[in-house]
Structure formats: structure tokens, C-alpha cells
Design a protein around this ligand. Structure first.
Ligand code: UDP
Ligand code: MG
Length: 317
């Protein structure tokens, strides 16, 4: 088995040497010499790249990738995943919040459960602000309510994946990538692995509020059309509501409560409003479908076919 470890790094100069050491020890423990570590520099402004390159010069197991600018965590990770060649891939952060020493037990779980994905679930998070913990907690719960895909609660990108699952992930061409959700979408057998998240080894979080919001928005829009549906539901509800108002206006007119001109004016306003809402709702449905098509995801993923050997050829997706 060849093992790949993929690490996105943004301004992580202080973490790199320890990261390299601990990843190497963990990889040697399970894969002897048959492993690679792919470090991706995501447009860092500190000495991350020179340090990475120097490490790669000394260690033949290390592949260092330099992106042209800061593309963001999920895209840096995608670059590393695209480049890695292992049969099994470990995704891990550079700050050592996710202990590399769990690689052994995670691999064991993968083999024991015959799983394609073993994803880390944080049962505790050390050294993170109450704000970060609270927003993360709320975010994962909101997401799971809004989406049709079962995205696991409190799981980050720290996970082990088989080549088969990775290839499907890489076949998804969408730009706004919420990788933990995309992996959940793939299917196959995925098992959780509970662990305690450590403190960041050095430096500060590379996810300020603005990036967190962007990330949350990518997740919600990428995996749920609930916001769009909300618009169309509100539109339909308002159209029905305006029907009631029309009835009232007509009643007021017949009963003679209204001043001249009010009835015709109100009718125009309410009917036009309802028509607009209805058309908006209709357009929302089309936009939702358009967006779904634009994501260009595979239509289905075949896990296995019994009796496939009886067919001469032409099977696959
Ligand atoms: N990261 C990255 N590009 C970015 C932001 C973050 O490659 O624009 C990397 C970062 O170096 C780390 C991982 O993504 O390896 C997770 O970031 P961080 O640990 O700061 O997030 P947190 O754990 O605070 O949510
Ligand atoms: Mg971190």
C-alpha cells in the first residue's frame, strides 16, 4: 500500500519542522518506506515556502507544491489531492491540531470496517475560543438541517480516504469546494473516528471571521437549495395571502366602505404583487435546477457490480 499525506499550509513556518517530524514518524509506523508527504504552500507571506523547499531537498519522501497565490484552504487541499499518487490518502492540517499519531488506529479502522473513508470527529476542541466553538457547533447543526446529504456533525477535513473515493472526489469539477460535504456526498462506506482536537502548535488560526463566513456560505449553497426554496415558498404563501386581500377589497367595495378609486388601485397593487411573487418563485425553481446542472457532478457512483465478469466490456459509469 502506498500512503499519501496531504497538508495545505498557509503561513505555517513555525509548524513545518515539527509537522514534518511527526508525519514522518507516523507514516513510517504504518507504511515503512512506501509513503509520500505532499505539502502545499497556499501563497504564504512568511517563510513557509523556503522552509518547505529546504525540507523537500533533504527528504525524498516529501513533495512541496507552491501555489501562485492564496487560493484558500479547500483549493490548496484540492491541489495536493490532485497531485498525490497514494492508494490511501490522509488529509491533515499543518497546525497539528489533528494528531498524526492517529494514522495507525485510523488505518486499522479502515481495514477492520472495510471502509473507503474514515473521518475524524472532534469530541473536544482545545485552545479554541468559545466563539469559534459555538459558531462551529451551530454551523454543523444548521447545515445538517438544511442539506439533503448527510454531512457528519463536527467532522473537519482530517480523514483517511481510499483511492477509489478520492478519484470520485476529484471528478467533481465544482469551483466552490466544501470538501467534507463532497466526500459525504460520494457515499461508499464511511466511518467516524472520535478524537480530541489539540491546540494549534504555533501561530494563529488562518480562518478569520470573513473566511469562516465564506466557507459556511459555500457549504450551504453547495449542498442545499433551502435558501432558494425559502424564496419560492414565501412567494407562494404571499400569492395565496394576496388572494385573501383581494376578497376583502371586493367585500369592502360591495359593502360600500371604500372611497372611490381605492378598490381599483388596491386590486392592481395586490394582483401585480402576487403575479411577481409567483414568477419569482418559478424562476427560483429554474435557477436551482440550473445551479445543480452547473455543478457537473457525476450522476451516480457505482460501488460494485456482481456478475460484471460475464459481460465483455463497456461497463463503468
Ligand atoms: N489554510 C490554507 N489556506 C488558507 C487558510 C488556511 O491552506 O487560506 C490551511 C492552514 O495552513 C491549515 C489548515 O488550512 O493547515 C486549517 O487552517 P487553520 O488551522 O488555521 O483553521 P482552524 O483549525 O483554526 O479552523
Ligand atoms: Mg487549525
Amino acid at each position: 500500500m502506498k500512503l499519501s499525506i496531504v497538508v495545505p499550509c498557509f503561513n505555517e513556518e513555525d509548524c513545518l519542522p515539527v509537522l514534518h517530524e511527526r508525519l514522518t514518524a507516523a507514516a513510517r509506523g504504518v507504511a515503512a518506506d512506501d509513503y509520500e508527504i505532499v505539502l502545499v504552500n497556499d501563497g504564504s507571506r512568511d517563510k513557509t515556502w523556503p522552509i518547505m523547499r529546504a525540507l523537500a531537498d533533504r527528504d525524498p519522501h516529501l513533495v512541496a507544491v507552491n501555489l501562485s497565490r492564496n487560493h484558500g484552504h479547500q483549493l490548496a487541499l484540492t491541489a495536493g489531492l490532485d497531485l498525490c499518487i497514494g492508494d490511501t490518502v490522509l488529509i491533515i492540517d499543518a497546525d497539528l491540531q489533528d494528531p498524526p499519531e492517529l494514522l495507525g488506529p485510523m488505518l486499522e479502522a479502515m481495514q477492520r470496517e472495510e471502509a473507503d473513508v474514515v473521518y475524524g470527529v472532534r469530541q473536544s476542541r482545545k485552545g479554541e475560543t468559545a466563539f469559534k466553538r459555538a459558531t462551529a457547533h451551530g454551523f454543523y447543526r444548521l447545515l445538517s438541517r438544511a442539506t439533503d446529504v448527510d454531512i457528519p456533525l463536527d467532522a473537519g477535513d482530517f480523514r483517511l480516504m481510499s483511492r477509489r473515493a478520492l478519484d470520485v472526489l476529484l471528478a467533481m469539477p465544482e469551483q466552490a469546494r466544501f470538501i467534507r460535504g463532497m466526500v459525504a456526498w460520494i457515499g461508499f462506506r464511511q466511518v467516524p473516528f472520535l478524537y480530541d482536537r489539540d491546540e494549534r502548535l504555533a501561530g494563529e488560526t488562518k480562518y478569520p471571521l470573513s473566511k469562516m463566513l465564506r466557507f459556511a456560505l459555500d457549504a450551504l449553497t453547495g449542498f442545499s437549495s433551502a435558501p432558494l426554496k425559502l424564496a419560492s415558498h414565501a412567494g407562494l404563501a404571499l400569492s395565496i395571502g394576496s388572494l385573501l386581500i383581494v376578497l376583502y377589497i371586493l367585500y369592502a367595495w360591495i359593502a360600500g366602505h371604500s372611497i372611490p378609486g381605492w378598490t381599483s388601485l388596491m386590486l392592481v397593487v395586490v394582483v401585480l404583487g402576487a403575479v411577481q411573487m409567483f414568477v419569482l418563485a418559478l424562476m427560483g425553481e429554474y435557477i436551482g435546477r440550473l445551479y445543480n446542472e452547473a455543478k457537473g457532478r457525476p450522476l451516480y457512483i457505482v460501488q460494485e457490480i456482481a456478475g460484471a465478469e460475464r459481460r465483455s466490456s463497456g461497463l463503468g459509469q
